[in-house]
Design a protein around this ligand. Structure first.
Ligand SMILES: [Zn+2]
Length: 147
């Protein structure tokens, strides 16, 4: 799937670059990534100032279950809808899903129907519950390249 739901485990939800640097530095970093990404969402390709109001900076992770390492592998510019879909598991998001037409956006970007969305969400939640039980060591070493 071009736009996949990737839920961060609960124990490491706040262990990330964003929480390690000041909001000013995060903003600068985010702007640098947006410039690199030509001011467009890297998934749905909608452009800032045209189809979308603003872009978010998303932290991409790789999960090595054998060694229990959650490693930061990149930062990418995402539009609001793509970014919300990445984090869709949150309990308080039910209203948001409808208000911002998130399921429609998922189906449009991936060219799938609502049933396929439901299957993908279910699988992502199952994987997330499994990952919540792992004692992750978070590797942020790659982030120094970007600041
Ligand atoms: Zn997008």
């Amino acid at each position: 799937m071009k736009l996949a739901i990737e839920l961060v485990p609960i124990p490491t939800m706040n262990v990330n670059v964003r929480s390690h640097i000041s909001s000013y530095r995060w903003r600068q970093l985010s702007l640098n990534i947006q410039r690199r990404d030509d001011y467009a969402c890297v998934i749905c390709e909608r452009r800032k100032g045209h189809e979308v109001h603003k872009l978010h900076c998303h932290e991409q992770w790789e999960f090595n279950e054998k060694h229990e390492i959650q490693r930061l592998i990149g930062l990418q510019s995402l539009c609001f809808q793509c970014h919300m879909l990445k984090h869709i598991g949150f309990a308080d998001m039910q209203g948001w899903i409808e208000q911002y037409a998130l399921i429609e956006h998922f189906c449009e970007v991936n060219r799938v129907d609502r049933e396929q969305f439901a299957i993908h969400l279910h699988e992502a939640v199952q994987q997330w519950m499994h990952r919540n039980r792992i004692n992750w060591k978070v590797d942020l070493s790659a982030y120094t390249e970007w600041i």
